[in-house]
Design a protein around this ligand. Sequence first.
Ligand SMILES: NC(=O)c1ccc[n+]([C@@H]2O[C@H](COP(=O)([O-])OP(=O)(O)OC[C@H]3O[C@@H](n4cnc5c(N)ncnc54)[C@H](O)[C@@H]3O)[C@@H](O)[C@H]2O)c1
Length: 460
Amino acid sequence: MSVICKTALRHPPINRIFFPMSKEALLQKISDRKATVGVIGLGYVGLPLVLLFSKRGFSVVGIDVDARKIEQLRLGNSYIEHISPSEITTLNETGNFSAGTNPNLVGDCDAVLLCVPTPLTRNREPDMTYIERTAQAIGPFIRRGQLISLESTTYPGTTAEVLVPILERESGLVANREFFVAYSPEREDPNNQNYTTELIPKVVGADTADALELATELYASVVRRVVPVSSAATAEATKLVENIFRCVNIAMVNELKMVFQRMGIDIWEVIEAAKTKPFGFMPFYPGPGLGGHCIPIDPFYLTWKAREFDMPTKFIELAGEINSAMPYYVVNRTMEALNDQGKALKGSRLLLVGLAYKKDVDDLRESPTLKLIELFESRGAVADYHDSHIAEMKETREHPNLLGRKSVPIEKAGEYDAVIISTNHSDIDYAALGNRARLIVDTRNAMSGVQDITSFLCKA
Ligand SMILES: NC(=O)c1ccc[n+]([C@@H]2O[C@H](COP(=O)([O-])OP(=O)(O)OC[C@H]3O[C@@H](n4cnc5c(N)ncnc54)[C@H](O)[C@@H]3O)[C@@H](O)[C@H]2O)c1
């Protein structure tokens, strides 16, 4: 078995004095593929990075506090739907991969990539605890000459103001003199077959030329293109701008959808026509609300930081307001559609098709479907779900009461008063659904192009 589950010290604490390493030494190790790369946080971002560095010939060490993930990897299993078990088996067969829960494994690494979560707190402020705890845990094991690169999405200033002080305090070493620090935002788009990790250009920022050079070299050895920028804060800001851009544009089309619906104009048809303009227009699509671990959350990292500079972020606030109103809009449209059939929402049985936040993934974090279920049920409806990617609801911070609910077979759609398409997964036979359901409320335009359905169809 090539994966070693290391939960105890593999060897006595490293005497860091005996492992001095200059920038040149690490550059050489990177260029020779002799560097060992540690990845902390083996989730949607971290695991693809492990696979990529391993595929490019590096020794890789994976670290996660979740012992179940380590065990799954050890067994050759994948816990992320779009990563196949055969990729984990191949990883294990390299003989150059090990994984464990103990932060002391960092001592074995030349470069360490931090891919831990950055959610919002209940008060919608940046939750830095994962980054802080990781820094505290690995700090004592950092040694001279190592490169530490933060990949978690966060506000400008996090690397310099949060990460570096903890690492310095815990290690007793001086950042960017004795060890190197960089920030490189992750742009992973889970299950995007066109843009895999290696094809997505990687922005890298650091606060010294040496750290930037090292991080650039490291990432250049695994991705097609690296985009160096002048500071860690610039790289942090770059990632936020990308996600704010999406958040604001999605809010705009969501608002336009509601306006055009009143006017009897189909927003989807409008977007299809508008996107034929070969310049100056980029299509964004409306939906039942924002979902996922990034777009609903990351913009508010900037809002929070901007307050320190007495600056409002009105676009972000407005976009947040519109996007979070969308589930309420869908509920109203469903009520209207049921009303047209002489039914009340209260007492109706509803099937929500698609629990994941976007099509063809198994990730339900921040999914608007969760909010829809809550809203429908608080109005007296029964709200079940179908999602072939999520057989049973996992634990969510915001909706703990939904834990354990199970996906209903799609064949039962005809037993419900209405089917609400909240995620347009590709494995659904929408024509069959259209002939089975009594009423369809389509928030994704999934029924477009489906001919001769017998259901009542309401676009929402
Ligand atoms: N998922 C995406 O599509 C995506 C895309 C771009 C950026 N990001 C950003 O990347 C970061 C990671 O996101 P993710 O989706 O991979 O999260 P995830 O929840 O899938 O994975 C995070 C992993 O970190 C582990 N972890 C938490 N605390 C730890 C600690 N102290 N030490 C070791 N492991 C720890 C968790 O157990 C989990 O396995 C976030 O900042 C996110 O915003 C995510």
